[in-house]
Ligand binder design. Structure first.
Ligand SMILES: [Zn+2]
Ligand SMILES: [Zn+2]
Length: 90
C-alpha cells in the first residue's frame, strides 16, 4: 500500500508528530465514541502503522475511551490527535 509522509500537531504547538499515513485508509468515522471525542458529527481518520509514527515534540496524553481503544490528545490545548487500538495488531 502506498504511503504519504506528513507532519502534524496540536493547536497550541506543544505536541508535534511525523507519520507515514496510508491514504487509501482515510475515512470519516461516525461512531459514537468518535463523535464524543471530536465534539462533532464525525472524526476524520487515516491508518498509520505504529512503527511509522514518531513524536517530534512534547508528549501525548491518553484517555481510554473504551476497553480496546485509547485516544491521544494534547494535555495543554485538548486537541484530539490519534487513537490506538490496544489489542490487535492494527
Ligand atoms: Zn496543544
Ligand atoms: Zn469511530
Amino acid at each position: 500500500m502506498t504511503t504519504k509522509r506528513l507532519s502534524g500537531g496540536c493547536q497550541c504547538g506543544a505536541v508535534r508528530f511525523r507519520a507515514e499515513i496510508r491514504p487509501a485508509t482515510a475515512h470519516i468515522c461516525h461512531c459514537r465514541m468518535c463523535q464524543k471525542a471530536a465534539g462533532n458529527y464525525f472524526m476524520p481518520l487515516a491508518n498509520v502503522m505504529k512503527a511509522k509514527f514518531q513524536l517530534t515534540r512534547g508528549e501525548i496524553a491518553w484517555f481510554a475511551s473504551s476497553d480496546p481503544v485509547r485516544r491521544g490528545f494534547c494535555s495543554a490545548c485538548g486537541t484530539p490527535l490519534i487513537f490506538e487500538t490496544l489489542s490487535a495488531s492494527t
